[in-house]
Design a protein around this ligand. Structure first.
Ligand code: KG4
Ligand code: ZN
Length: 339
């Protein structure tokens, strides 16, 4: 019998709802919040207000596009954390109230686990191999950078993490230094396509083991641009493509270096990427090259499941539903990762 689950994601600045039938996504609606662009970053209070405005129409549309009735739903999965508390509260409260009204259970989902579990979403029109356990996943977003050893759907061990900025933050901060709007990561990717990744060199992070550090790279980029602007006020305008390509190269090679070390250390030869930065074209290319050169199996998510979306929440919710792990109405959001 098919299981229909509604997934709700509201951890940061995207309000999203999706309906899944077992492991197949029927709808995935995302309302981006444009309101933050003018502030150069997400403003938490504005994010929660925008979630409140968006959540009903987004859920309504997800159910409509799925071609089902709300009474067909068997459970509601929601992001419990990590993320902005005010934003998470909107999705969490809505999930509880809606499930209570429908008389169905709620399932809590960890946002970072969901990014990883997005790899198990099945597309009947384009069947692809899914990773087998155990595999490694580089989870790279605006708030996190982790190398995760995935032993099962819910047994995940973080074996490396950033000690300061996340990779997405490094992209966004570099973009901000160049005067690009938030979120700058996709723009660095876009402009970098016409640039030379070897044009400029910034100090590379040197930290031991599988951990990452991006704050030194950001400072090195900031000082470099500031010094060049002293000599030439239009330096950024004339070198946007090369600057973007070079900073992107620095971030991606730092990411890949530790990921390759993790493969050597663990002996695990299946590697996935997940999270917003997994949409980056240079990272996708480098991971594919790594797989081609070494025989390691690589897994890259569809673009629509890279950045924040509720499809991944519904997918993770389905696995929890199958294992009978339901949350109760007292489940409150958490801001920091528990994984
Ligand atoms: O997973 P996500 O949508 O939200 C969080 O959970 O944080 O990740 C958002 C991050 C932002 O920092 C954004 O700039 C970055 O992912 N991002 C990219 C690209 N697309 C999104 N960074 C580099 N290249 C991209 N194409
Ligand atoms: Zn995310």
């Amino acid at each position: 019998m098919p299981v229909y689950i509604l997934g709700i994601e509201s951890s940061c600045d995207d309000t999203s709802a999706a309906v899944i039938r077992n492991d197949v996504i029927l709808s995935n609606i995302i309302a981006n919040q444009k309101v933050h662009a003018a502030f150069g970053g997400v403003v938490p209070e504005l994010a929660s207000r925008a979630h409140q405005q968006n959540i009903i129409p987004v859920i309504h549309e997800a159910i409509r596009q799925a071609g089902i009735l709300k009474t067909d739903l068997q459970a509601i999965a929601f992001t419990r954390g990590p993320g902005l508390l005010g934003s998470l509260l909107v999705g969490t409260s809505f999930a509880k109230a809606f499930a209570f009204a429908l008389g169905i259970p709620i399932v809590e989902v960890d946002h970072m686990q969901a990014h990883i579990l997005a790899h198990f979403i099945r597309n009947p029109k384009d069947e692809k191999a899914v990773p087998e356990f155990p595999f490694l996943c580089l989870t790279v977003s605006g708030g996190h950078t982790q190398i995760v050893q995935v032993n099962s759907h819910f047994d995940m061990k973080v074996i490396g993490r950033t000690i300061d900025d996340a990779a997405g933050e490094a992209f966004d901060k570099a973009a901000k230094i160049m005067g690009l709007p938030y979120p700058g990561g996709p723009l660095v990717d876009k402009y970098g396509k016409d640039g030379n990744p070897e044009a400029f060199r910034f100090s590379r992070p040197a930290i031991p083991g599988l951990d990452y550090s991006f704050s030194g790279l950001k400072t090195s980029f900031l000082y470099f641009v500031r010094d060049r602007l002293r000599e030439d006020a239009s330096f950024i305008d004339h070198h946007t493509a090369d600057l973007c390509a070079s900073i992107q190269q620095a971030i991606v090679s730092a990411l890949m270096e530790k990921l390759q070390l993790a493969v050597r250390q663990t002996g695990i030869r299946q590697v996935a990427i997940a999270g917003g930065v997994s949409a980056n074209s240079a990272l996708r290319k480098e991971l594919t090259n790594f797989g081609d050169n070494t025989g390691v199996r690589t897994f890259i998510p569809e673009f629509s499941y890279s950045t924040d979306n509720a499809a991944m929440i519904a997918m993770a919710g389905y696995f929890r539903y199958l294992s009978g792990e339901f949350a109760d109405l007292s489940a409150s959001p958490y801001s920091r990762s528990t994984v």
